[in-house]
Design a protein. Structure first.
Length: 428
């Protein structure tokens, strides 16, 4: 029997393998990176990972905390002086906005042994090895949906879940950059631009989205980004910038049939784009600076008849396609008329993901070891990169709620990394 320390059935090695495989099976792994930390004279400095949409913080491990602040230094805004006018006393104070990242535990168990005869039929470690692919698949799907969910709701599900359900009971936040296609080439904001939205504002916007995507949409979107959103692009090898535009399969098929986009796609040399890890083996289009890619599960819809836009309506709509809401977003939405698709515009540094403890095995033995369960557990959390001033940060990032709800007051919010673009569902 091979019982060396490097044997693949060694539990600790299996832990590392399952953590790596579960994350690298996700849509987002190719455009993620770890925040680097340096220390000078006892002061820690954090540097974001270059060219990454998902910024991963692991400092929780050293500090032993369940939350951390990610500060953003704001650009200088005041005018300088002309000629020989005195410069003394005109210095502008540096200003910060804050994003707080939280972590919580999520676990999933499988039965390794149901009795001595079951062990006889399938030996313990053999069964663990068979359980590994199932656990990898489950956690990969869960990791993937938690990031998508954070784009729409602000935080991942185990952070916003009520205390009674084991969550942290944090407020959800409706994205500050939400625009709807209300006419050909016309993008209309929900509520006030640069402020987090209320549920009613999101519902009203979706109700007016009666136009499907076309080439003019990307012209309007590029102008909006260049003048207002200012989302920092990702880069392909060689330094060419692009923004990721993620759509549902029906919208993608409609874009594919647009003759203006098709002719431009055929004329553009995209071999370098195909070398980007995100697009290896994937079908995608490129138009006007946007890399357009489809995702059948992550892109969600809301019902345009829910124009009153309550939290309950939006949460239910976004989770549509699952027979049990508690399962999360593990299945696609059902396309139909009267729906608006929330397509995602993604640039650099869009999501902060904290990891305090990576995916690992746990075990439980009862009834004299006749019944044994093996579980996977992880302590992490995702938060959309919305930055608030110090006063509002303390109001928005509040936990301990008894029900899943959104922060209901529009607060000034700086997000230069992502947006939600609502389009009429192309299957209508």
């Amino acid at each position: 029997m091979d019982a060396t320390r490097t044997h693949p059935l060694n539990v600790e090695i299996l832990n590392a393998q399952i953590a790596k495989e579960a994350w690298y099976n996700t849509f987002w792994s190719k455009i993620s990176g770890n925040i680097s930390i340096t220390e000078t004279n006892g002061i820690k400095q954090r540097m974001t990972a270059p060219n990454s949409a998902i910024q991963i913080m692991t400092e929780f491990i050293d500090e032993g905390r369940d939350n951390m602040l990610m500060p953003m230094l704001l650009d200088l805004t005041e005018v300088g002086v002309y000629g020989d006018s005195p410069l003394l006393g005109t210095g502008e104070e540096m200003a910060l906005k804050y994003l707080r990242v939280y972590v919580n535990q999520y676990s999933k168990a499988v039965i390794k042994k149901t009795g001595n005869m079951a062990e006889q039929r399938l030996k313990m470690y053999d069964f663990m090895q068979r359980a590994k692919p199932a656990l990898v698949k489950h956690f990969a799907k869960w990791f993937n949906q938690e990031i998508f969910q954070s784009f729409y709701e602000g935080v991942s599900s185990h952070i916003s879940a009520p205390l009674a359900d084991g969550g942290l009971g944090m407020y959800c936040r409706w994205h500050p950059n939400q625009y709807g296609l209300t006419a050909a080439g016309t993008l209309t904001t929900a509520g006030t631009a640069g402020y987090i939205k209320t549920a009613a504002e999101v519902g009203t916007l979706a109700d007016g989205c009666d136009t499907v995507v076309e080439y003019k949409t990307f012209h309007a979107l590029r102008a909006l980004n260049d003048t207002t959103l200012l989302i920092e692009p990702l880069m392909i090898e060689g330094g060419d910038p692009f923004w990721l535009f993620i759509v549902d399969p029906f919208t993608y098929n409609l874009i594919l049939q647009d003759t203006n986009i098709a002719s431009a796609q055929n004329a553009v040399f995209t071999s370098k784009m195909r070398e980007h890890p995100l697009f290896t083996g994937r079908e995608f289009m490129y138009y006007n600076g946007f890399a357009i890619i489809k995702d059948p599960i992550g892109i969600r819809t809301i019902d345009t008849s829910d124009s009153s836009g309550t939290d309950a309506e939006l949460f239910t709509d976004l989770a549509a396609g699952n027979s049990d809401y508690a399962k999360g977003w593990l299945n696609p939405c059902t396309p139909a008329s009267g729906l608006a698709s929330g397509c995602l515009l993604v640039g650099a540094n869009a999501i902060g993901k904290g990891i305090a403890e990576d995916l690992h095995f746990t075990s439980e033995e009862i009834d004299h070891k006749r019944t044994i369960e093996i579980g996977g557990a992880v302590i992490n959390g995702c938060n959309r990169a919305d930055y608030f001033n110090a006063t509002d940060e303390a109001l928005v990032f509040v936990g301990g709620l008894s029900a899943k709800t959104s922060y209901a007051t529009a607060k000034a919010c700086k997000n230069q990394s992502s947006a939600i673009i609502w389009l009429a569902n192309a299957a209508a």
